[in-house]
Structures are given as structure tokens and as C-alpha cells.
Design a protein around this ligand. Structure first.
Ligand SMILES: [Zn+2]
Length: 267
């Protein structure tokens, strides 16, 4: 409860609240250092510059058309510990520390796609988070990928409201859109082999039928013909991103690529 409230606050308020919270409810860093939400070493480990990772993910490297995928961090050591604590140990207050890696991945993707973004020609580019299953959301109390995306968007909007920082995204900050829904629970993938992950993810997602609603939901433009970037937390084999991209492409969505917080160095 307290961690999820903290992610909704401004940075200063969040820092003060976190400091007060730690006085009352001391927390340890995911690496085990006591009395610190995140130690200096782990903070440093979460600073990434982004790299392309679909070329090393078994399920993505042969996709046609390809799915250019970038990650902010390598999924190992402190990064892995922080992400696991964020996802599975209820440490949602780590979201502001992890969101910049998602931003780094998005910046890399945007820098890699300038021709494609020009072709989109000012049309909306939706950021589509990979949804958690109902069971995972209930267990974690939050859809953690959607949370990371919300935190990144807030930071990005604030940055643009202040001193303009003309980085790779020249247009408006892309809007997120919950376009995917989980069709079939794939179960927990932790501990599965690559082949098992691929099998478990096939047909896992379908498109939310927003545009099929009579009178159309407010603000819900048709998805078909629009462009999107898929957002996820960790790329291992790429099976989840493959399943999400197949569902979106079958619905007529142009999938420009994917951005993730971290990727396994090699899978
Ligand atoms: Zn630490």
C-alpha cells in the first residue's frame, strides 16, 4: 500500500515520504544492505544506456518482419535482484529507479527508427504494455509493467514541461494504451526451459475489443492501422513479445518495435 502510494507522489514528496517511511518501516536494499531502499551501488547498476536485444533472443531473431527490441539494462546481478524484488516481493517503490531504464530503451528504439517515425507522420504511436495475468496482478497488487510505464511517462512529461530536452522523441510523448488482454494463462515462466516458455506463450494474448463497442468508448480510436511499441519488463527468449506482436499484427496494428527494462545477456 505504502509503496504504491509513493510512486504517485512528486520526487521531493516521494523522497521525504520514503525517508519517513524507512524510519517507521526500515527496508533493506535488494542486495541485502540494511536500512536503505536502494544502496549507491545498486543505484549505479540501474543506470543503463540501452542496447538492442532481439538479435540474441531465440524467439525474436528469426521473426519476419523483425521486431527491433531494445533493453535498458542487462538482466544480471543487481539489476536482476531489483527487478525480482519489484515484481515478486512487493517492492513497488523501486519503480522510479527502474523506469529510467525503460526510457533508455525507448530512446534507443526511437533513435533507431527515425525513418519509420517520419512515415508515421505525426500519427499516434501507442505504447502497449504487456499485461499481467489476473493471477499475477492479484498476487502483486499491481500490473507492474503498466506501473513502470506510468512512472516513465510522468517523468517524461515533467522533463518536457521544464527545460526542453529534444532527444529522440521529437513528437508528443506517446500515449499508453491497454490494447492487449491475456487470453490464456501461461502460468509462471520462472524456471521453464526456453522451449516451454515458447509453448506457454503461444496464443496468450488477444486484442481488447475497444473499437467493437457500440458508440465507441471515449477516446478509443480504432487500433487497426495505428502504430505501436510494445513495452515489457524482461526479455529472455522473447516468447512473450513474439506472442504480443503476433496478436497486434493480426489486428492490423503496425508494431514498430519493443522496449524493455532489461534483457538477459544471451538466451
Ligand atoms: Zn544494494
Amino acid at each position: 500500500m505504502i509503496p504504491s502510494m509513493l510512486t504517485r507522489l512528486d520526487p521531493l514528496a516521494r523522497t521525504v515520504s520514503a525517508a519517513l517511511g524507512e524510519l517507521v518501516f526500515p527496508t533493506d536494499c535488494p542486495c541485502g544492505r540494511p536500512d536503505r531502499t536502494l544502496c549507491a551501488d545498486c543505484r549505479r547498476a540501474l543506470c543503463g544506456s540501452g542496447f538492442r536485444c532481439d538479435t540474441q533472443a531465440t524467439r525474436l531473431r528469426r521473426l519476419d518482419p523483425c521486431l527491433p527490441t531494445f533493453a535498458g539494462l542487462r538482466y544480471e546481478g543487481a539489476v536482476r535482484r531489483c527487478l525480482l524484488d519489484f515484481k515478486d516481493a512487493g517492492r513497488l517503490h523501486l519503480a522510479p529507479y527502474l523506469a529510467p531504464a525503460l526510457g533508455a530503451a525507448l530512446d534507443c528504439l526511437a533513435a533507431w527508427l527515425p525513418g519509420v517515425l517520419a512515415e508515421v507522420d505525426g500519427g499516434p504511436v501507442y505504447l502497449v504494455p504487456v499485461p499481467a495475468s489476473a493471477a499475477a496482478r492479484a498476487r502483486r497488487g499491481e500490473d507492474h509493467v503498466a506501473l513502470l510505464l506510468r512512472v516513465w511517462r510522468r517523468r517524461e512529461r515533467r522533463r518536457r514541461d521544464g527545460v526542453a530536452d529534444f532527444r529522440a522523441w521529437a513528437g508528443p510523448v506517446p500515449r499508453e494504451r491497454d490494447a492487449l488482454r491475456v487470453t490464456r494463462a501461461a502460468g509462471r515462466q520462472k524456471g521453464m526451459s526456453l522451449a516451454e516458455r515458447g509453448e506457454a506463450s503461444t496464443g496468450k494474448y488477444s486484442i481488447r475489443r475497444l473499437e467493437g463497442v457500440r458508440g465507441r468508448l471515449p477516446g478509443a480510436a480504432p487500433l487497426a492501422g495505428s502504430s505501436c511499441i510494445i513495452i515489457d519488463d524482461v526479455v529472455t527468449s522473447g516468447a512473450t513479445l513474439e506472442a504480443a506482436s503476433v496478436a497486434l499484427r493480426m489486428a492490423g496494428v503496425r508494431v514498430l518495435g519493443a522496449a524493455c527494462v532489461a534483457a538477459t545477456p544471451r538466451s
